[in-house]
Ligand binder design. Structure first.
Ligand code: FES
Length: 73
């Protein structure tokens, strides 16, 4: 399911990104090379990121070390 229509970012992309670094949605979008445009999706994206992260399943890297992220096909 697409979370961000402007940038064609899927829920699966956000869930994978949640494990890569502890950044907010806006930073993760930028790491994907797709910064937010209309910003309508950011609240939903933040909820998905929070849901995908847990104390037992924390991000691999801190926010300042967010890598370049790829989108799924
Ligand atoms: S729907 Fe995500 S920036 Fe517009």
């Amino acid at each position: 399911m697409y979370v961000c229509i402007c940038n064609a970012i899927k829920e699966t992309d956000l869930r994978a990104a949640a494990r890569q670094c502890h950044s907010d949605a806006e930073t993760i979008y930028a790491s994907m090379g797709r910064p937010p445009q209309c910003r309508q999706c950011l609240d939903d994206a933040e909820e998905i990121l929070a849901e995908a992260r847990s104390p037992q399943n924390p991000p691999i890297r801190p926010a300042f070390a967010c890598p370049r992220l790829a989108l799924s096909a």
